[in-house]
Design a protein around this ligand. Structure first.
Ligand code: GTS
Length: 233
């Protein structure tokens, strides 16, 4: 469908994202693209995680050695993977970063809080999914460790309490502005629904934050798409 992303700093030509559209990590790039009004300028290529298409030798060799989505591919063959890296790229194209910070301290703070959300919440729930639930199924989940997976679930729950305590003092994860760190935390909520875990009811500030970020058009666009997504046979 794409036009091209046409900023002086952009790698010229068509941009493709290898994607599993409703996924908790891919959601982070989808929301960032909507925030930046760039979503319609990107082609998305579906990769079926449940069939292990992200773990084929070819995908690992030519797209992403880590075997994860999303991956952004440029017309000249360059690649970016890792949600934070892709978000940095798209946020800085127009010289007006709104998600990754402007001052050196703000950039550092957003980076720190994004990593903290990942480490204490999103990755923990992901590890629970892959280790203590059927995950992506037997073709993909070749090694599982139930005890470790359950510990990760508990770590994710502790992480939500930590984020709640933060949000009792400030409106957004990295301070007073919506940022990449909030988007990472939305990814955590998307993973909670995948594993059918409720966020703790007593985490009122976190739940209020989620209601607040859900009002953003970028987040609504994501959930509209995700709620109507059907996994191809
Ligand atoms: N650190 C990576 C990033 O930030 O991009 C993690 C990416 C990641 O784990 N992506 C998931 C994946 O590819 C996609 S989703 O589960 O959120 O839809 N998982 C596949 C696997 O086998 O781990």
């Amino acid at each position: 469908m794409s036009a091209t992303i046409n900023f002086d700093n952009a790698i010229p030509g068509k941009v493709t994202i290898y994607d599993f559209p409703p996924g908790p990590y891919p959601c982070r790039v989808q929301i960032a693209l909507h925030e930046k009004k760039l979503h319609d300028l990107v082609d998305f290529e579906f990769v079926n995680l449940y069939k292990g298409e992200h773990k084929t030798d070819e995908f690992l060799r030519t797209k992403n050695y880590s075997g994860t989505l999303p991956v952004m591919e440029f017309a000249d063959g360059s690649l970016l993977s890792e949600c934070t890296a892709i978000t940095e790229y798209i946020d800085n194209l127009d010289g007006n970063p709104i998600l990754t910070g402007t001052t050196p301290f703000e950039k550092g703070q957003i980076h720190m809080m994004t990593r903290r959300v990942e480490f204490e919440f999103l990755e923990a729930i992901s590890l629970y999914f892959h280790n203590a639930t059927p995950g992506l199924g037997p073709t993909v989940e070749k090694y599982q460790n139930l005890e470790w997976g359950l510990r990760q679930r508990d770590r994710g729950i502790r992480g939500m309490h930590f984020l709640n305590s933060l949000l009792q003092k400030q409106p957004y994860i990295a301070g007073d502005k919506f940022s990449m760190a909030d988007i990472a935390c939305i990814g955590g909520f998307v993973f909670l629904s995948v594993v059918k875990l409720e966020p703790p009811k007593e985490c009122k500030a976190l739940l209020e934050w989620f209601d607040r970020v859900n009002e953003r058009p970028s987040v609504q666009e994501f959930f509209k798409m995700a709620n109507s997504f059907e996994l191809p046979a």
